[in-house]
Ligand binder design. Structure first.
Ligand code: Z2T
Length: 817
């Protein structure tokens, strides 16, 4: 039968149960009889940590004492998802745990359900970071994830009676959190404000205030690698020094105020996805975690050395900047090297340049961070000086290379008013990469064109990926078993290209039927889940058609909802006879940034379309719409395996990559999508005949824009589109109120920045192709299976291998003895 590649830990179920019992008693003070599932969860988590401890210490030892360069993944977001099941899987402890929990008289699922998901990220970028640290550990590469332990993660989403999004705080730390180990003895001091003075010919920064960055360490167990890396999330605490002056004047309460301000730094995750939020607190957060992390790395790699030779730093660790959020690390490392360790500028620059690389995750110009120089000057005066000097050096370098004055001005890192973080990152590091082929190409051709002209060798691509451990094995155990059966091995979990071996089985009707049965069972499971969690009544005998991602105009949820309204109208008017309708259940999941007006209005519209459609007897059993609130990693793990058709319908040239698209393809959904982001590569791999392509290409979008785009023309020309928009305008989905969606309607008809109307016809036209195929279940599932077989490339293990080869130039630690 199947080979087991996960390490069989020597621990037995009995020992595991004993450890849980001990933990319950000595740390938590409850007997097994008194314990609730939540108590058992905490005890089990602690027991898992204990089992990982030796590997964790060994990995750190080998990292510090060996010659393998480590990776420091600097990211403002890590969207980890629940930990228990993942840790058990990667550590090879699942069976022992299951048996232990049952022997203690508890139900497995009850225990797992009590875990509260940490939402320390917005969406794709944060989840990518989580997949990457899983893959780094699984490949045995020594690595740190460095970020922030926000007290409040991404807001919890609810809908009010009008279908509007309501945000409530996600105080996840109010729950027992057994995974993070807070290490007060490894704190770092991070300072802000003040001024720079000259002392003995040297620049000296005299900061005005500082905070203590306390590391909270999470173990990151590799799958079947025996390695355990570290995710180090910094939490801001007040310095324990009081303002003595104030204190002496016996103004005790006001003396405490600065401490409160200090702890605000790690209080909340900014909920903007793919937009910049130029707020002082955000810059404080960025500097806070980056400064602490750089000092921490020096502490780790030069233990006990007061005069370390930091010219060797680039041999010890390479830092990846996850978008522009940690880019202040470039001037910070310069400052550390020059001011704290006495290196000259050129030496510091050479070290810095070798140590950093930058990943860009967007094509939206408005998402590239630009900080007002005033703000940086006030908060980080020494850094602003360093940035100015970097910019001077950069301009001189460009001049020497023969770049013209106008271009040099266009490329300025520091304009006098502001600092462009993407430019600083591009100049300051060794490599720049985009996150899908098309995205990387557009970075070179458009967004960073001047830079790629001058420094062509810096630019490269690393296409995103997702971890098959969480998103296939944990999320879809039925499919995992079938894959293992089909391949005769479970090695695919650490070598996902092996999925290719399933391709011949697509010709085997028997196997395709088993594959179809897996999907059907997952749909039944999801219907039960949706009933339990949301009170929805989903019919698993309809097509499950899903669109889950952040709510953003460029992603075009509006296209989906308009097409849905058009279909609703067609069924109602009898234009589409009831017999011709392929029954569909459309499922949305999306959070909108709290300040994003049109996005929030789109959510309200979807909810109200759902209300009207689901209550209309004329379309009963033909069309249903559901919008489970608070889309998060947990919901993704339930919904993705149950989806028949996935929507990836962004305007071409706007979605940098997408990673949901990969998760769906790997779980046997078909995709309807544009030639955007990683869709292009998915389609290339699974085959054009196994992908529902529609819509304008990047070139067509550019041309239409250049020719002058006017959405109204499309509205006038397509009666179905007109009818759909008119229904939104006339109050059909707002109890007759014509004002409710007026701003949305007016945007569609006068601006339509992402050309939703122009792609409407193509999008509705492809639906008949989709339904014709769905009407032949065996053929649909054959194609879906071919999708699975050809998506092995989209493992984050492959992404990490690409980073290792193209950017980081390092690899795994030596094999364990
Ligand atoms: C984000 O999730 C993404 C890009 C951002 O640009 C910011 C955030 Cl928070 C600044 C997403 C991209 O939109 C998506 O296409 C990509 O797949 C993902 O990052 C991971 O690269």
């Amino acid at each position: 039968m199947s080979e087991i590649t996960a390490p069989k830990s020597p621990v037995t179920a009995e020992q595991f149960a004993d450890e849980i019992r001990e933990q319950l008693k000595y740390a938590q003070g409850v007997t097994v009889e008194q314990a609730t599932p939540a108590d058992v969860y905490v005890a089990a988590a602690v027991a898992v940590r204990h089992h990982l401890m030796d590997s964790w210490m060994q990995t750190q030892h080998d990292m510090v004492n060996g010659t393998t360069k480590a990776v420091g993944y600097l990211s403002a977001e890590f969207l980890m998802g629940k930990q228990l099941r993942n840790a058990l899987l990667n550590a090879g402890l699942t069976e022992q745990y299951n048996a232990a929990i049952e022997s203690l008289g508890f139900n497995l699922q009850d225990v797992v359900d009590t875990e509260y998901e940490p939402g320390l990220g917005n969406g794709g970028l944060g989840r990518l970071a989580a997949c990457f640290i899983d893959s780094l550990a699984s490949l045995g590469v020594p690595a740190f994830g460095y970020g922030i332990q926000y007290k409040y993660g991404i807001f919890k989403q609810e809908f009010d009676k009008d279908g509007k999004q309501v945000e409530t705080p996600d105080y996840w730390l109010a729950n027992e959190e057994p995974w993070g180990h807070i290490d007060y003895n490894r704190s770092q001091k991070v300072s802000f404000g003040g001024k720079v003075v000259k002392e003995g010919g040297k620049k000296v920064w005299k900061p005005a205030w500082s905070v203590r960055a306390v590391p909270v360490d999470y173990m990151v167990p590799g799958y079947a690698s025996g390695r355990v890396n570290t995710l180090r999330l910094w939490s801001a605490k007040a310095e324990d020094e009081f303002d003595l002056l104030t204190f002496n004047r016996s103004e005790y309460l006001s003396a405490v105020k600065p401490q409160v301000k200090a702890e605000n730094i790690s209080k909340i995750l900014y909920p903007e996805d793919s937009t910049k939020e130029g707020k002082q607190l955000r810059l404080e957060q960025q500097y806070f975690f980056v400064s602490a992390s750089l000092h921490d790395a020096i502490r780790v790699f030069y233990p006990g050395e007061s005069k370390p030779d930091l010219t060797t730093l680039p041999d010890k660790i390479v830092f990846q900047l996850n978008d522009t959020h940690p880019v202040i690390g470039i001037p910070e490392l310069m400052r550390i090297l020059i001011d704290e360790y006495g290196y000259d500028w050129d030496t510091a620059w050479s070290i810095t340049n070798k140590t950093f690389n930058y990943t860009c995750h967007t094509l939206l110009p408005e998402a590239l961070e630009v900080w007002p120089a005033d703000l940086i000057g006030e908060l980080l005066p020494r850094h602003l000086e360093i940035i100015e000097k970097i910019n001077e050096q950069f301009e001189a370098e460009l001049k020497a290379k023969g770049v013209g004055a106008v271009t040099i001005k266009d490329m300025a890192i520091y304009t006098g008013d502001s600092v462009r973080m993407a430019y600083l990152a591009t100049y300051g590091g060794s490599h720049v990469n985009g996150v899908a082929e098309l995205h990387s190409q557009l970075l070179k051709d458009v967004t960073l064109k001047n830079f790629s002209d001058v420094y062509p060798d810096k630019f490269t691509n690393v296409t995103n990926g997702v971890t098959p451990r969480r998103f296939i094995k944990l999320a879809n155990p039925r499919l995992s078993d079938l894959i293992t059966e089909g391949l005769g091995t479970d090695k695919w979990l650490s070598d996902l290209e092996l999925l290719k071996g399933l391709e011949p089985l697509a010709a085997d009707d028997e196997f395709v039927r088993k594959f179809a049965a897996v999907k059907q069972a997952n749909k039944v499971d999801f219907a039960n889940y949706a009933k339990r969690e949301y009170g929805f009544d989903l019919d698993p005998d309809t097509m499950f058609n899903t669109m889950v991602k952040r709510l953003h105009e460029y992603k075009r949820q509006a296209l989906k909802i308009l097409a849905l309204i058009a279909r609703y109208a067609d069924i109602k008017s009898g234009k589409l006879s009831a017999d011709d309708v392929m029954p569909r259940t459309v499922i949305f999941g999306a959070k909108a940034a709290p300040g994003y007006y049109l996005a929030k209005m789109t959510i309200q519209l979807i909810n109200n379309v759902a209300r009207v459609v689901n209550n209309d007897p004329d379309v009963k059993g033909k069309l249903n719409v559901y919008f489970p609130w608070n889309y998060n990693v947990r919901l993704a793990q339930h919904l993705i395996p149950a989806t028949d058709l996935d929507e990836q319908i962004s305007q071409a040239g706007k979605e940098a990559s997408g990673t949901g698209n990969m998760k769906f393809a790997l779980n046997g959904a078909m995709t309807v999508g544009t030639l955007d982001g990683a869709n292009v590569e998915i389609r290339e791999r699974v085959g054009a005949e196994n992908f529902f392509l529609f819509g304008m290409t990047v070139d067509e979008v550019d041309k239409l824009y250049a020719d002058g785009y006017g959405p109204r023309k499309y509205y006038e020309a397509d009666p179905r589109l007109k009818a759909a928009i008119d229904m939104v305008a006339d109050g059909t989905f707002s109890n007759g109120n014509k004002d409710t969606y007026a701003p949305l309607v007016s945007d569609w008809l006068s601006k339509d920045w992402f050309m939703t109307l122009a792609d409407f016809h193509a999008y509705t036209a492809i639906q008949s192709e989709i339904e014709a195929l769905y009407a032949q279940p065996l053929e649909w599932n054959r194609k879906a299976l071919i999708n699975v077989a050809n998506s092995g490339y989209f493992s984050s293990d492959r992404s990490i291998s690409d980073y290792l080869e193209r950017i980081w130039h390092t690899g795994p630690l030596p094999a364990l003895a």
